[in-house]
Design a protein around this ligand. Structure first.
Ligand code: CP3
Length: 345
């Protein structure tokens, strides 16, 4: 890594260092709110876009060019490695679906680890193309955290109640442990390959972890997630853990040992940091946490709320982000107002 990239606002904040202003990027920053993204999507399906390195690299760069964000995130999807694990995925108008999800212990035979260079070469090639194109802008690789990936493997879609997942956990606990461990090991190799290809940090999205009880979290979710984070940290790059809906279990989340914790919008950032600190096993930074819906508000409100997030984030170890992904209906002028507010901070 070049010295100036290592010294970027983003990587400094990830290391917990002080920065003159927080670095800024947004979850789902490459996506449908951008006209240039929608234009590319007219010609290709979503999965084709993910699997075409030239186009995936192009859409990764779009928000960097337009807004000058302080980090890029690989354009792909959480469901992409599921295919490589043996579970085919389709994207429809209603979102992702798996035609053959895991519902019985026998189904586990279809789920396996994979060689990232062979099964997901397009992801690694996208990263290789991005590295020179990005210059000193850091690149974030990503994957789903084991629990969230397991919900897709079991439910076969985005769920409301996660009843199938919980049913599988309670009726087949040893198979559930095996499924989560296999996903965790596959994800480890997948993210290590992303780091080797040129990613500067990795983020684990635990989008649905907010649905588990404290007991189930301790039994099923914590062990494979902590093991994955420890293995990735050993590579020396920052590991960001984003647990959506996890503000009620932040005291437990702190035990995961991540470098950076992504915080959703439900709790002020200073309170979130204090709760994590009660059990954190090492110094950590925080990322977040403007409510994405604030980007639907008038510019003065965006500026005021962003300034409040900056103040609560503190002078060191804060990466500015939304509390979850930007929504497709967000006006470009709102993102411009946010960038101005954070840059002025
Ligand atoms: O952040 C980025 O800009 C990088 C790209 C990225 C996408 N998905 C692109 C995408 C990332 C990091 C993801 C992660 C992802 N995918 C998550 C975790 C983040 C989160 O929101 O909690 C999840 C749960 C998924 C699964 C997924 N992908 C769903 C449920 C959907 C359908 C709902 C929707 O927003 O359309 C997708 C589709 C998807 N992933 C789109 C994009 C740009 C829209 C696809 C399109 O162009 O039609």
């Amino acid at each position: 890594m070049t010295a100036s990239r290592a010294d970027s606002l983003f990587l400094r904040a990830c290391r917990g260092e002080a920065t003159p202003r927080p670095p800024l990027w947004m979850m789902r920053q490459a996506g449908r709110y951008l006209p240039e993204y929608r234009e590319i999507r007219q010609g290709v399906s979503f999965l084709e876009l993910c699997k075409n390195p030239a186009l995936a690299a192009e859409v990764t760069l779009q928000p960097i060019r337009r807004f000058g964000f302080d980090a890029a995130i690989l354009f792909s999807d959480l469901l992409v490695p599921l295919e490589a694990m043996g579970l085919p995925v389709e994207f429809t108008e209603q979102g992702p679906t798996l035609p053959a999800p895991v519902r019985t212990p026998e189904d586990l035979a279809r789920v396996h680890r994979f060689d990232p260079a062979r099964e997901t070469s397009f992801v690694l090639e996208t990263i290789s193309r991005l590295r020179p194109a990005l210059g000193d802008t850091p690149l974030i690789g990503f994957a789903g955290a084991p629990f969230t990936v397991a919900t897709y493997a079991i439910e076969g879609k985005t769920s409301k109640t996660f009843a199938e997942t919980k049913k599988f956990f309670y009726r087949h606990p040893s198979e559930a442990h095996r499924l989560l461990a296999t996903i965790g090991e596959a994800t480890r190799a997948y993210l290590e390959a992303q780091l080797d290809a040129g990613a500067d940090a990795v983020q684990l999205f635990d989008s649905w972890v907010g649905v588990v009880s404290a007991e189930d979290w301790a039994e099923f979710v914590f062990p494979p997630t902590a093991a994955l984070i420890a293995a990735l940290r050993a590579r020396g790059a920052p590991v960001i853990y984003f647990g959506n809906g996890a503000t009620t279990i932040l005291d437990r989340i702190g035990k995961l040992g991540a470098d950076v914790y992504g915080i959703d919008w439900r709790l002020p950032l200073d309170e979130a940091r204090a709760r994590l600190a009660t059990t954190a096993t090492r110094p950590f930074a925080v990322q977040g946490n403007l409510d994405p819906a604030v980007l639907l508000a008038p510019a003065e409100i965006i500026a005021a709320r962003a300034a409040d997030v900056v103040r609560r984030g503190g002078k060191r170890g804060h990466v500015f982000n939304l509390g979850h992904g930007i929504t497709p209906e967000t006006p470009l002028a709102s993102v411009e107002a946010l960038v101005r507010a954070v840059h002025a901070a």
